[in-house]
Design a protein around this ligand. Structure first.
Ligand SMILES: [Zn+2]
Ligand SMILES: [Zn+2]
Length: 165
């Protein structure tokens, strides 16, 4: 049952390595180490993606961690303040968190909802016309239809049409 907690697929890392790394990162960012913070950070780094607080909470619960949704949310917010994760607002009313800190943009498929990272340095984009402004965050978000959904549309030439029978 707890197998997914032990190995980190494809990384060659053990969960112990992952916890040790998470501990180092908390220290490096001046965050007091608690079990909950370690668990949340280790999870975010083991499963790269863009989960929201609900998803992180569900994963923590599935791993047997006793942590409330509010604690997960506060932990994620603290990580974001300290630069350990980046908040990602790709859809309305849903704040996701990204533990991938190398510069990248996000593509969100409006058909299936998947989110892909692509290399893009938002800090390198010109900000003409914003002289005298303070920029606190730069996001690059593209929206569209992913390859998988496009291929599916080709297989079903009637696209949005109603199917009979
Ligand atoms: Zn798609
Ligand atoms: Zn990302």
């Amino acid at each position: 049952m707890a197998n997914q907690w032990k190995d980190i697929p494809g990384s060659g890392l053990t969960h112990a390595d992952s916890l040790a790394e998470a501990r180092r990162m908390l220290h490096a960012h001046g965050i007091a180490v608690t079990r909950q913070r370690l668990s949340v950070l280790a999870y975010l780094r083991e499963r790269p993606g863009h989960p929201d607080a609900d998803e992180v909470h569900q994963a923590m619960t599935a791993r047997g961690a006793a942590i409330s949704l509010a604690s997960v949310y506060n932990t994620l917010r603290l990580f974001a303040e300290k630069g350990l994760v980046t908040p990602v607002e790709l859809d309305e009313n849903r704040l996701r968190f990204d533990a991938e800190l190398t510069p990248h943009g996000h593509f969100r498929c409006t058909a299936c909802g998947r989110i892909d990272n692509f290399p893009c340095d938002a800090d390198a984009l010109p900000a003409n016309g914003l002289d005298g402004y303070v920029i606190t965050r730069r996001d690059v978000h593209f929206h569209g239809i992913c390859k998988g959904c496009l291929n599916q549309q080709k297989e079903e030439p009637h696209g949005q049409g109603q199917k009979e029978g």
